[in-house]
Design a protein around this ligand. Structure first.
Ligand SMILES: *Cc1c(COP(=O)(O)O)cnc(C)c1O
Length: 243
């Protein structure tokens, strides 16, 4: 192509920034995956990122997830053709989830980042059993200590991880966290560091099994810090779509 769209320009810049952060931290870029958060993007832009090869997409609201997942499936020819497209996208549910919406979500995604209570995990486990599936879930941790945020307090996370790990119809694959909204990079870094320490502790103690490998943290404002502190999944939206 003789021109680059704004979206592809921004994605290329983000990939460069991730590579630089990996280099600073002595990490390999293959250890870090970008989930493109499409919640603010018009459908044309979502199609564009898919065509650019980004097929792991994230949404934080069930209604929007259902709509955009269906639109993209139709775009890829899964909606009306019998032959399934080989480039199917993988949706990540990243936002707060109510128990009465679990079934709808499990019909679309098999990765839920935002599981932060025993009751929600139990609902996912029971529903998955009925559907005959075994989705990946991440335990959402509140690493900032801000009371209004979702996520289990750091002090309660290990115990909850152990309980999740005992449920047969889900796979606890890691932790998810969100840094506080602040320009103070030290505060953000301390938050990610706390999540990383907790992640390592759960791994070291063998509480969650061999599939416990993912640390989902880092968004548009702070993904470079997250990479430096050990993130394996970045959830990036506005840095790709806004402007
Ligand atoms: C919106 C959202 C993101 C992406 O945020 P940006 O700042 O747009 O990159 C990541 N994680 C969660 C849980 C979100 O709701």
């Amino acid at each position: 192509m003789w021109f680059m769209s704004k979206i592809s320009d921004r994605l290329r810049q983000i990939e460069e920034n991730i590579a630089a952060a990996c280099a600073r931290a002595g990490r390999d870029t293959s250890e870090v995956k970008v989930v493109v958060v499409t919640k603010t993007a018009p459908l044309a832009s979502v199609k564009e990122v898919v065509e650019l090869g980004y097929i792991e997409l994230g949404e934080n609201r069930v209604q929007r997830l259902k709509q955009v997942a269906q639109d993209i499936a139709e775009f890829l020819g899964e909606g009306n053709s019998k032959e399934k497209s080989s480039v199917g996208v993988k949706w990540h549910m990243i936002g707060h989830l109510q128990r009465n919406k679990v079934k709808q979500v499990l019909r679309i995604t098999s990765i839920i980042h935002s599981v932060d209570t025993l009751r929600l995990a139990e609902e996912i486990n029971t529903t998955s059993s009925k559907l005959g599936i075994r989705p990946d879930i991440l335990l959402q941790v509140n690493c900032s200590g801000e009371p209004q945020k979702y996520g289990v307090p750091v002090g309660a996370a290990t115990h909850l991880a152990e309980q999740f790990a005992g449920m047969e119809n889900l796979r606890l694959t890691g932790l998810m966290t969100m840094a506080p909204l602040t320009r103070d990079k030290d505060v953000v870094r301390a938050c990610f560091l706390r999540a990383k320490e907790l992640f390592e502790e759960i791994k070291l103690e063998g509480l969650a099994g061999a599939q416990f490998t993912q640390l989902s943290m880092g968004m548009s404002q702070d993904y470079e810090i997250a990479v430096e502190e050990g993130a394996t999944i970045l959830r990036i939206g506005s840095a790709i779509f806004a402007g």
